[in-house]
Design a protein around this ligand. Sequence first.
Ligand code: SF4
Length: 365
Amino acid sequence: MKYVTEYRDAASVGAVVDEIRRTLTKSWTLMEICGGQTHAIVRYGIDQLLPPEIELVHGPGCPVCVTPLELLDRALAIASLPDVIFCSYGDMLRVPGSGRDLFSVKAQGGDVRIVYSPLDAVELAQANPDKQVVFFAIGFETTAPANVMSVLHARTLGLTNYSVLVSHVRVPPAMDTILSSPACRVQGFLLAGHVCSVMGYHEYPELLNRYQIPMAVTGFEPLDIVRGVLAAVTMLEHGDVEIVNAYSRAVTFEGNSEAQAAIQRVFEVCDRKWRGIGVIPLSGWRLRPEFAAFDAELRFDVRSITAEESPDCVAGKVLQGLYKPQDCAAFGSTCTPEHPLGATMVSSEGACAAYYRDGRVTIHA
Ligand code: SF4
């Protein structure tokens, strides 16, 4: 398959790893931001292929994992209402809220549906004018264009029975939080290629200058990842502090200006709570006041629902690269994909799920 097969070629990956080995003179700790990259790293054993001097720690870039517990509880409350069709990506259905998940709401008779695009939810609203259709609009910058397009499309169609439950987060403020922590060990970043394909990387020089930390825009296939690692290691070894685009087949400095304009039209920046981490200033998007009619939190008056995280789940530390999944006492014992305590054990982009699926299980006494 063009643009896939050649990026999974073992000889090409091995050649880049050899170059990394030749470049290295000391140990470095890199963080990949995106959960999709974490899964590729674990699935292809890239962390085990790299020289031991390179430690990869996993970042907060899993949208399901960082959706705050209280927003999940609000989703559960809305999905339980009669005459509501609650639409979500499949990953969210097994993520535990305070007491249950969307699957259990569905089992108890709630109309919860898995969709593959918010536009599918808009079609459902057109086809079911006597129902309220709600889309759980979670994600990073990557999914924002499709979510805002669904709102614009619903408005064009004159739909009054479509709304979105928004939990959108932005990468740069999360990196700022990670870097400002006294416990931060990260010396270089692999930036999330798909986020940068939408937003470009013009937002990152400010962080680069403030923290003096090199960054490499990185894709998702094995060859993309080791190229990103090589770019970061080369900068670190030479003392260069730059942003190198190691994913130039998909990313430009400016990004997709039309997508950015659509996001700006519908969303405004806000403070946002991240599951396990807490509130990060200016780290989210919410609907602008002129789109309030599409805001599910207002329509169903669920903003008073709040929730406290379980103290047993240390996913917040995993998401900030401070712990590896095996460092959690519950990993593989009281927390498994069948009985998850936290979202990072359920999501297809969660670090705990990646380690568990790969069999990297240490049962704690
Ligand atoms: S293993 Fe389970 S309890 Fe531990 S951090 Fe991961 S999701 Fe949370």
